[in-house]
Write a protein that binds this ligand. Sequence first.
Ligand SMILES: Nc1nc2c(ncn2[C@@H]2O[C@H](COP(=O)(O)OP(=O)(O)OP(=O)(O)O)[C@@H](O)[C@H]2O)c(=O)[nH]1
Length: 279
Amino acid sequence: MSQRRSATFKMLRTEAPLERQIDFFPRPFKRDTTPYPVHDFTKLFKEYITSKYLVNGLKISKTIVLGDVGVGKTCLVNRFCHQVYDRNYKATIGVDFEVERFDIFQIPFNMQIWDTAGQERFKSIASSYYRGAHSVVVVFDMSKIITLSHCGQWMHDALQWTNQLAYGRPHCFLVGTKMDLLSPSAYERVIQIASKEAHRFQAELWAVSSQTGENVNELFNRIAALAFQANVCMERNVIASSVSIGNIQKDKGVTESIKLSDASNMKKKCSGSRGCFTF
Ligand SMILES: Nc1nc2c(ncn2[C@@H]2O[C@H](COP(=O)(O)OP(=O)(O)OP(=O)(O)O)[C@@H](O)[C@H]2O)c(=O)[nH]1
């Protein structure tokens, strides 16, 4: 059933809907086609997020969805955000965005999802929205393999705008849509080629169908969990820095209770989003 709600409504609701409540780390599509070898939140991480020191509040995370015209970006976002699928093609003009509310270990976490236009004439408008993205989703059509060959350029364009992030390179995903259109043998062939491309871009590979809904929730839950973990890591860095200042001010209570006395060591561990996994 269609559930069109405003972004503000979604962010302010007291809890996320059941399918957006995450209590375990969502798995990658394939273990060997991901640069993010995370299979669970560590015990230390769980203890940390339930502690009262998550003080600054988590930021809204930003995900951008890009790729050739007609590959199925809008259908993918609409399937996830509104549980609808429209087979009639309507070109995206510039950009469109949605906000989805998650509860990850009962901590509210909001994710903006920016659906950009694939048409060349909107490219300069769309690319101005890439800045500050924490997750980059480059989409291709599994039934039109030529669209996969353009993904490198899309990824390159996106990373030009996003590499200045405080926590390093954004999480990158290479997503093949319309898997429902492929025979089993064609599917295997495309996955084989796409795996190599995903490896080349250091991106995590997914195959989805917006028509049937297959893997759509799983993909976005995975994006949200990785973004959440990186965001918490940033927050932890902020606390580590303030504890360092606290040390100078002899604020021993805080130092002892969260055991983050060596802020410089902390920074080394969290120098990139993937560095956080040691935590
Ligand atoms: N069979 C099948 N068709 C799909 C799927 N996803 C999208 N389509 C069809 O592909 C066409 C284009 O989908 P859109 O989502 O509008 O494409 P887009 O990438 O947003 O296009 P632009 O906004 O122009 O960049 C539509 O006619 C959809 O019905 C899918 O999973 N399976």
